[in-house]
Design a protein around this ligand. Structure first.
Ligand SMILES: Nc1ncnc2c1ncn2[C@@H]1O[C@H](COP(=O)(O)OP(=O)(O)OP(=O)(O)O)[C@@H](O)[C@H]1O
Length: 270
C-alpha cells in the first residue's frame, strides 16, 4: 500500500511557565510516542477528548510544529532530509482545513483574493486567467456559485466559508488534507453536507484525510481506520470496525458506548 505519511514515535513536550524564577523547569507531554501511517486515498480518523493532543499531532504531521523527538516520513523519506524541491512538493501535497473557516479566511480579502493566494505563492509563472479558470472549476466542485468570488468572509455563512476553505486547500491538488475539527463549528445539517462533500471529493480526486475530531459519530462516518488518543497517548488503533465495534481499550469502550454513531445510510445508527 502506498503510504503518503508515516509518523514514527512522535513526542511533543512543552515547557510550562514557571511561577517563580526559583522554580525548577517543568514540562508537559502533549503527544507521547504516537505513530501512524496514512495511506493513499484513505481516511485515518483521530478521535479523543479535548486536550488529548490531536491538534498538536496533526500540526506535526504537516510540519507546522516540530516534534521533540520522532520523525515524519513523506513517502518513506524523513522530511528533514528532503531536498528543497521535495519539501515544496510535500508542503503543497499536505494541506489543512481548520475548525473556524470564517476566522481562517482573511476578512480584508474577497473570496477571489483568498483563492488566488495559494496559486500565486506556488506558481513560478503566475497566469491570472489560468488561475481564475482553476478557481471556478474548484468552486464548481465544492458547489458554490461564481458570484461568491466578490464577497468577503464576513458576508458568507459558516458552511459557505468552509466550502471556500476546502476549495482553497484543494487548489494545489494535495494528496492529503488534514481536517482539524473541520465541521465542529457547524450546525448538524450543514456538518452532514460538508462531510458528504469531503467524501465525494475523496472519490473524485483520490485524496487522503487525516481527520481529527472529538466526535465519534463523525469519525465513524468518515474513517477507514481510527486512532484513539488520550492524554497524548495512542490508546487504540485499527480499522474502523475493530476500533468502534470491538474496542479493546476501556477508554474507547466508554467513548463508543456514550455516542450515537451515524452511518451513510441511516444518518444516525447504533
Ligand atoms: N504551545 C503550547 N504550550 C503549552 N501547552 C500546549 C501548547 N499547545 C498545546 N498545549 C497543550 O497540549 C495539550 C494538547 O493540546 P491539543 O490542542 O493538541 O489537544 P486536542 O486534543 O487537539 O484538543 P482540542 O480538541 O481541545 O483542540 C493541551 O493540554 C494543551 O493545553
Amino acid at each position: 500500500m502506498d503510504i503518503i505519511i508515516e509518523a514514527k514515535d512522535i513526542v511533543k513536550t512543552f515547557k510550562l511557565k514557571k511561577q517563580s524564577i526559583l522554580d525548577k523547569q517543568a514540562f508537559f507531554t502533549a503527544v507521547d510516542r504516537v505513530s501512524v501511517r496514512i495511506p493513499r486515498k484513505k481516511t485515518v480518523g483521530v478521535v479523543g477528548e479535548s486536550g488529548s493532543g490531536k491538534s498538536t499531532f496533526a500540526e506535526i504531521v504537516g510540519n507546522l510544529q516540530q516534534p521533540t523527538s520522532g520523525e515524519i516520513l513523506y513517502y518513506g523519506k524523513n522530511i528533514k532530509e528532503l531536498s528543497k524541491a521535495e519539501y515544496k512538493k510535500y508542503r503543497s501535497n499536505v494541506q489543512f482545513i481548520f475548525q473556524s473557516a470564517k476566522e481562517s479566511l482573511n476578512p480584508f480579502f474577497s473570496v477571489k483574493e483568498v483563492l488566488m493566494e495559494p496559486l500565486k505563492i506556488a506558481s513560478d509563472s503566475f497566469d491570472m486567467n489560468a488561475a481564475l479558470h482553476q478557481i471556478k472549476e474548484m468552486l464548481h466542485r465544492v458547489k458554490l456559485e461564481d458570484s461568491i468570488l466578490s464577497k468577503h468572509a464576513t458576508e458568507i455563512s459558516g458552511g459557505q466559508a468552509q466550502r471556500v476553505a476546502i476549495a482553497r486547500s484543494l487548489l494545489l491538488r494535495p494528496q492529503l488534507i488534514v481536517c482539524d475539527e473541520s465541521v465542529s463549528a457547524l450546525d448538524v445539517s450543514v456538518q452532514k453536507q460538508i462531510l458528504d462533500l469531503l467524501l465525494e471529493l475523496q472519490r473524485e480526486l483520490e485524496i487522503s484525510y487525516l481527520f481529527i475530531t472529538h466526535d465519534i459519530g463523525v469519525v465513524n462516518y468518515m474513517s477507514d481506520s481510527i486512532m484513539v488518543m488520550k492524554h497524548g497517548k495512542m490508546v487504540e488503533q485499527g480499522t474502523k470496525e475493530e476500533v468502534l465495534f470491538a474496542p479493546k481499550d476501556e477508554y474507547t469502550q466508554t467513548l463508543v458506548s456514550s455516542s450515537f454513531l451515524f452511518d451513510k445510510e441511516n444518518h444516525y445508527a447504533m
